[in-house]
Design a protein around this ligand. Structure first.
Ligand SMILES: Nc1ncnc2c1ncn2[C@@H]1O[C@H](COP(=O)(O)OP(=O)(O)OP(=O)(O)O)[C@@H](O)[C@H]1O
Ligand SMILES: [Mg+2]
Length: 257
């Protein structure tokens, strides 16, 4: 039995002049799945996520998100998706509460629900009491939290989170991880990128490892272990082996010279 599809990329390529950021990838993500994209810096994770939202146009291929062709109707996609970019792009001269109010209005969240959700999420993220302060006075982690809350406010069916736990303290990271699991139980699909391998291992159903714009390996932990011929290893060993960054000892020795 095949699971319902949330996202499909077919033969997708994106070039920036000579750089092939994403190189002919094919990928299906199922509804209700938590899926992680892993890969070294510059391997094409953020570019892939941006293409899912129509923020970056592919040079070739087709992308379907929740049954919508992204190139044809990017606005319809954005309506149903919650997105947290790598570096939060928030209006620094609004207060936290003004910003969240503004975003909820863009997504036409009804007034009562808006109030209730904002209060609930601010509390969950330990931001209660700081919502009246200007965002430019927030720490990096606090900005990330506001960005996460703003992505959850309209109850999207799909979450696209680019390094969502960056800058978060362990307690906040745990809250977000638990929240993603809860949303999964409600049928929400999450696609995230991360460098924190422990999170991918603990929270995600499947993992795609990107390298130089291609998906090198794809599957659950057992499948990745098999692919890397490392039957009892954790994700870190698998990642380092598959991405060819295994010879770290030599690199460290070189740095210490
Ligand atoms: N706007 C842009 N203009 C030119 N090149 C770009 C642009 N955005 C990305 N690239 C290039 O595309 C490649 C993939 O970048 P991308 O940001 O997708 O990587 P990433 O896997 O998200 O990396 P990181 O782990 O550092 O976030 C890189 O070589 C990058 O320099
Ligand atoms: Mg990135």
């Amino acid at each position: 039995m095949s699971l319902p599809t949330a996202v499909e990329l077919r033969d997708v390529t994106k070039r920036y002049n000579e750089i092939v950021a994403v190189n002919n990838i094919n990928l299906i993500i199922h509804k209700g799945e938590i899926f992680a994209l892993l890969g070294p810096n510059g391997s094409g994770k953020s570019t892939t996520l941006k293409m899912l939202l129509g923020l970056v146009q592919p040079d070739a291929g087709e992308i379907n998100v929740l049954g919508i062709n992204v190139q044809e109707d990017p606005v319809a996609v954005k309506r149903q998706v919650g997105y947290v970019p790598e570096s939060p792009n928030i209006y620094e001269f609004l207060t936290g509460i003004e910003y969240l109010d503004f975003i909820a209005d863009i997504y036409t969240v009804p007034a009562e629900e808006k109030k209730q959700r904002i209060t609930e999420y601010l509390k969950a993220m330990d931001l209660e009491g700081r919502e009246g302060d200007m965002i430019n006075s927030y720490s990096d982690g606090m900005k990330k939290k506001i960005s996460l809350i703003s992505a959850f406010l309209h109850k999207p069916k799909l979450l696209i989170l680019d390094e969502p736990l960056n800058a978060l303290d362990p307690r906040s990271a745990r809250i977000v991880k638990d929240f993603l699991q809860e949303l999964k139980a409600q049928g929400v699909t999450t696609i995230l990128s991360t460098h924190v391998l422990e999170i991918a291992e603990a929270v995600c159903d499947r993992i795609g490892i990107m390298y130089q714009g291609s998906i090198l390996a794809l599957g659950n932990m057992a499948e990745l272990r098999q692919r890397a011929s490392l039957p009892s290893s954790g994700l870190e060993e698998i990642f380092l082996k598959l991405t060819g960054t295994g010879d770290l000892k030599a690199v460290v020795e070189e740095l210490l010279k």
